[in-house]
Each structure stands twice: as structure tokens, then as C-alpha cells.
Design a protein around this ligand. Structure first.
Ligand SMILES: *Cc1c(COP(=O)(O)O)cnc(C)c1O
Length: 494
């Protein structure tokens, strides 16, 4: 076995680099303790990583010698193997990891939005392991259409004539605009030119779809006559966009569907609504604020409605378009549909989620998103009472941990103004003690340091910093995650 320069000191098993003697790589790999690493990570990767590690150790030692530091003994085989094990483990840890979402935002876009119910998890697992009739009609034995797997359910739940599904709601809007309005004008109120986080802006999507935005009205007030005056032979579509993440209040006027739909009809153009959050049931029945449902939007006269699968609907990331059969048929023929289509995992997850809506009375138990949103403040209060002393013990006297009332948000642009009463931990730095002990600490940032310690846990804990405190809202700390959360608090003590 040739290991280049490292294999020259065969007798001693060590290599001379001046006086630096590191274990030779072949001795490292043939050590019995390395067998388990090779079994787990493979010989090629283990060898590569060992070479890199030895090279790094060598240059570190050379550098410290140049700096005139005291001569260190080179690490022996067990010491290098320990480092090698750590290095391999770190290199192989997935960058996509579970976290505790204690931000108080239930549908947090940066944390992956909706969590799915077990029925969906099982369906996805099966779809991962098995060939599925994704585009195969089992009854006729002929080629099918993947949209058919969920279309019937969607029609039942929304009252629409037809449905299609794409990668996300941004894609749904893009596809809809490109199909219906390429090269023509789309009339939109200036009060609805929304920007959603992550660079989704109605004017930009419009340009990319090849449509021409025709803005009407003003930021706070748009009247029916504004739409009427803008309509002409160049118009392809009238569109309303849900003000997902903001509210315009005060002296305002917008034109609602029952008024706008007849005008669109008279102008001979379809009326589209980008609803953002796809709410399929009246949330008021669960004690939540009302959010316009897809069914209400269709009944109100919309010809096409677009919405997300992973916001209030509580399903996987996807974009759904429902509406008039002739328009959906046009949309499905657009070659962009092929580029934006969803895979079998999305459909596998979406179908059981939609099916849950057939039993609306059981939805708060079964649909994870709704369960979290309707979780009573008393449940979070009890959790906070239990966890606060444990967190206090873990953090020590430098911090003060309290159980306090706070407000959660739905998130992902749903009902931005409405907040849900919750409970959690509020952690403040005990500045007095720190400053008294050591004046130098006054410039440090104890909350930032705490945030970092929480992020460094095996399952990182994500909260939010506001008003000189770290807020950990316990709404999304589910009962089955409680013990795991408590167990890893011990690691904070270090
Ligand atoms: C969230 C949202 C979008 C984007 O949906 P994604 O599923 O994130 O692509 C588009 N329009 C509105 C009104 C939204 O609220």
C-alpha cells in the first residue's frame, strides 16, 4: 500500500517532518479501532478524510513551532482516530435538521411552514418505497393524469369545476398569468400589489409571465369605476390579490368580488383571485379569526383561484389552481405546467390532508396545523410552568427565566393582524450581577450568546429576541417533543 511521503517511516510507523512525528495513514487505517469507521463511512472516504486531517495536524504543528511555541508531542493513533471519528461524523451530518420552532409563528416559512399529520407521513413513506399509479389509471390500464388523484377532492371542498396543481403558489400565479394574459393586460388594484417574503412580487411575476400590469386606483382606495375605465380590448384578466402580510386601515376602499365579478363578465374577461393561504373551512368554528375560504371565493364569482398547500391548508408545499373548467384546461396545456408540476411525494402527502377536511368536526385533532393554532393558552401555560425552573437551573444565575403570557402568530401571511394568546419562557440577562463581577462583560451580548447556545443544541431551539429578552413561545412544542426538549437542557449547563 503506497501512502506517499507518509509511508516512509515504516520502521517506527511515524513520519519525520523535522521533529514532527504523526502516525502514518496506513497504520491509522489498519488499526482495529478504525474498522467501525470504515464499515460506516467506507474505505475511500475514511482514507481521504484521514489524509486531510493528518495534513492539517502537520501544518498546525509546524506553524506553532515557527511561532516559537513549546514543542508539543504529536498525537498518537488513538488521539488521531478520535479526531477522525469527529470529522467524519460532522462531514456526514445532514445540513437539513429538525429544530424546535419556539418563534411563536406557527407557519414559519424559514422553518418549512406546515407540519403534516401522520396520515400524510405514512402515505409519503409508502410512495417513497413503492411504484405508484401516479399517471396510470388502474381501472382502464391506460395512461392517466396526476392531477386526477386530487382533483375530485378539491372540487368537493371548493365547489369549483376543475383543478390543477403545481410546485407552489408562486408557480400557480405565474402559470395562470402566462396562460391567460401573455402579451395582454391584467388589471390589479394598487392596494394589492403584494410582496411576499422571498422575492415574490406581483409586478415582477407579471413581467416574467409576459403579462402587462395595469395598475388602477390608489394605495388605499380603489373603486369599481377604476376597473371599468381600465378595461378594454387589451385586457385579458382582472385580478385580486389577498393582502397576505399587511393590512391597509383607515380611509380605505377596495372592490369586493360580488361587485367586481359582474364587471369582469361584462368586459368578457376572467376574474382571478390569488388567495395566498388556502383556507378550505370557516376557521371561525374553531374560535379562530375568519379568513376567506376558497369556496366563498368561487361562490363570489372568481373564475380562477390560486392558493398555497402549506399555509393554512396544512399540507405539503404546492400551489393549487381551481376554477372554470375551460380555463383550467387551457392552463394544463401550457408547456410551463410540465416544468412546474409536482412529484409523487407531494401528491401522496396532499391527498390524505384534503381527505381530513371531509370531517371538519375532527379537524382540530387531526390536522397538525389546526391543532397547533387552536391549542389553548392553558396547555402552553402548564408547559411553561414545568419547563421554566428546568431552564433556569440549566442556565444558572447569569439569566432570569420566567413563564409569561405572550402572543403567537399564524404566519406565512395568514391574518397578519390577528394574534393568538399563548404562553412561554421569557429569558433576560441578569446584567447587574454580570457587570458587578466583571466590568469587561458589559460590552458582551448575553442574549446573543444565549441564542447561539440554544442553536448549538442537538435539536436547535429557535426563539425570538425582542425587548431585551429571548422569547420562547411553547405553542409549537408538541406533547411528543416535550421530553426531548427537556432532556437536552442538560447540555446547556456546560
Ligand atoms: C404566500 C403567497 C404567495 C406565494 O405562495 P408560495 O406557496 O409561497 O409560493 C403568493 N401570493 C399570496 C397572496 C401569498 O400569500
Amino acid at each position: 500500500m503506497s501512502n506517499g511521503t507518509e509511508n516512509t517511516g515504516a520502521e517506527a510507523g511515524n513520519v519525520e517532518a523535522g521533529a514532527i512525528r504523526l502516525p502514518a495513514v496506513h497504520l491509522l487505517l489498519s488499526d482495529p479501532a478504525c474498522a467501525e469507521l470504515i464499515a460506516e463511512y467506507g474505505r475511500v472516504q475514511t482514507l481521504e478524510t484521514a489524509r486531510l486531517l493528518l495534513a492539517e495536524l502537520r501544518s498546525l504543528m509546524l506553524a506553532s513551532r515557527r511561532d516559537g511555541a513549546a514543542m508539543q508531542a504529536a498525537p498518537d493513533i488513538p488521539a488521531v482516530l478520535t479526531q477522525l471519528r469527529e470529522r467524519l461524523r460532522a462531514n456526514n451530518r445532514s445540513p437539513l435538521r429538525p429544530v424546535f420552532n419556539l418563534t411563536g409563528t406557527v407557519l414559519h416559512t424559514n422553518l418549512g411552514r406546515a407540519l403534516l399529520p401522520d396520515a400524510a407521513v405514512q402515505a409519503v413513506t409508502e410512495a417513497l418505497r413503492w411504484p405508484m399509479n401516479l399517471e396510470w389509471d388502474i381501472e382502464t390500464g391506460k395512461r392517466g393524469d396526476r392531477d386526477n388523484l386530487i382533483e375530485e377532492l378539491l372540487l368537493e371542498l371548493t365547489g369549483a369545476e376543475a383543478a390543477t396543481i403545481v410546485n407552489n403558489n408562486a408557480a400557480a400565479v405565474l402559470l395562470m398569468l402566462n396562460t391567460i394574459a401573455q402579451g395582454k393586460e391584467v388589471i390589479v388594484s394598487r392596494g394589492e400589489l403584494v410582496e411576499i417574503g422571498g422575492a415574490f412580487r406581483i409586478p415582477d411575476i407579471m413581467t416574467r409571465a409576459g403579462a402587462v400590469l395595469r395598475e388602477v386606483g390608489s394605495t388605499n382606495r380603489t373603486h369599481l369605476k377604476d376597473y371599468a375605465e381600465a378595461a378594454g380590448p387589451q385586457t385579458a384578466l382582472m385580478m385580486k390579490v389577498h393582502c397576505s402580510n399587511y393590512a391597509i386601515t383607515g380611509f380605505t376602499k377596495s372592490v369586493e368580488l360580488p361587485e367586481l365579478a359582474p364587471l369582469a363578465k361584462k368586459a368578457g374577461v376572467p376574474l382571478a383571485v390569488d388567495l395566498g393561504s388556502g383556507t378550505l373551512v370557516d376557521l371561525e368554528q374553531y374560535g379562530l379569526p375568519h379568513e376567506t375560504t376558497v369556496r366563498e371565493t368561487i361562490a363570489g364569482g372568481a373564475d380562477l383561484v390560486t392558493f398555497s398547500g402549506d399555509k393554512l391548508l396544512g399540507g405539503p408545499q404546492c400551489g393549487i389552481i381551481v376554477g372554470r373548467a375551460d380555463l383550467i384546461a387551457q392552463i394544463k396545456k401550457n408547456p410551463l405546467k410540465r416544468a412546474l408540476r409536482v412529484g409523487k411525494l407531494t401528491l401522496a402527502a396532499l391527498e390524505p390532508v384534503l381527505a381530513l377536511y371531509r370531517a371538519p368536526d375532527l379537524l382540530p385533532e387531526r390536522l397538525t396545523t389546526l391543532r397547533l393554532l387552536t391549542r389553548p393558552a392553558s396547555a402552553m401555560h402548564a408547559l411553561a410552568q414545568e419547563i421554566a425552573p428546568l431552564m433556569q437551573a440549566a442556565l444558572g444565575a447569569q439569566y432570569q427565566v420566567q413563564s409569561e403570557a405572550m402572543m403567537s402568530q399564524i404566519g406565512s401571511g395568514a391574518l397578519p393582524v390577528d394574534q393568538l394568546p399563548s404562553y412561554g419562557l421569557v429569558i433576560r440577562a441578569n446584567v447587574d450581577k454580570a457587570a458587578g463581577k466583571n466590568a469587561g462583560q458589559r460590552t458582551s451580548n448575553p442574549l446573543g450568546a444565549l441564542e447561539q447556545r440554544l442553536r448549538a443544541l442537538p435539536v436547535p431551539v429557535i426563539g425570538r429576541v425582542a425587548q431585551d429578552a429571548l422569547w420562547l413561545d411553547l405553542r409549537c412544542l408538541d406533547e411528543h417533543q416535550r421530553q426531548r426538549f427537556i432532556d437536552q437542557l442538560a447540555l446547556l449547563r456546560a
